[in-house]
Design a binder for this molecule. Sequence first.
Ligand SMILES: Nc1ncnc2c1ncn2[C@@H]1O[C@H](COP(=O)(O)OP(=O)(O)OP(=O)(O)O)[C@@H](O)[C@H]1O
Ligand SMILES: O=C(O)[C@H](O)[C@@H](O)[C@H](O)[C@H](O)CO
Length: 179
Amino acid sequence: MTDKKHRPAAPAHRFPGSLVVMGVSGSGKSSVGERIAKAYGYPFIEGDALHPPENIKKMSDGVPLTDDDRWPWLAAIGRKLAESSGPAVVACSALKLSYRQKLRESAPEELAFVYLHGTEAVLAERMQHRTGHFMPPSLLETQLATLEDPTGEANTVAIDIDQPLAAIVDEALAALGKM
Ligand SMILES: Nc1ncnc2c1ncn2[C@@H]1O[C@H](COP(=O)(O)OP(=O)(O)OP(=O)(O)O)[C@@H](O)[C@H]1O
Ligand SMILES: O=C(O)[C@H](O)[C@@H](O)[C@H](O)[C@H](O)CO
């Protein structure tokens, strides 16, 4: 028997293409992305699971990734989008405009971006309280320094993370429904 209580209602209007939930480490991409995917009935792709082992080792050792480290990873995410039998929701930091352009070029249809933003204090607090994750809080500063704010780019909604998860998801679904 399925437990309908925990299933978010399918929104009336869905963005027709795939969605990328983006932001620096600890911004809530996985938590929010999984919930949007469930609400839309789309598959969820965890970008972190597509990093080559060398990237995970680097980040675990407290060394920030370079562009060269990220290109193969973005290509792998792009392939997943291209191979998907329908739209999907992806959690991917997508910190720079050039990374987002690469994802836009890979996807068969238009992409929408849900940008999760918060203050350094909120992000640091979330990272510090998280257990069993490879990303050390010490890398937050370089994540924020690398981030190119996507506000104003096509099909992009920016959401403040300093609110409960359910409110973030509702805000994202409402904004996506208007696109
Ligand atoms: N709105 C929220 N309120 C409180 N805690 C939250 C909220 N959103 C996420 N969290 C918690 O913050 C931490 C970071 O969230 P999550 O792992 O989803 O972020 P992420 O962006 O996917 O991180 P990373 O890219 O580093 O994997 C987790 O412990 C998660 O449970
Ligand atoms: O572009 C990057 O530097 C990476 O993708 C990171 O953002 C991590 O993968 C992720 O956020 C895990 O904490």
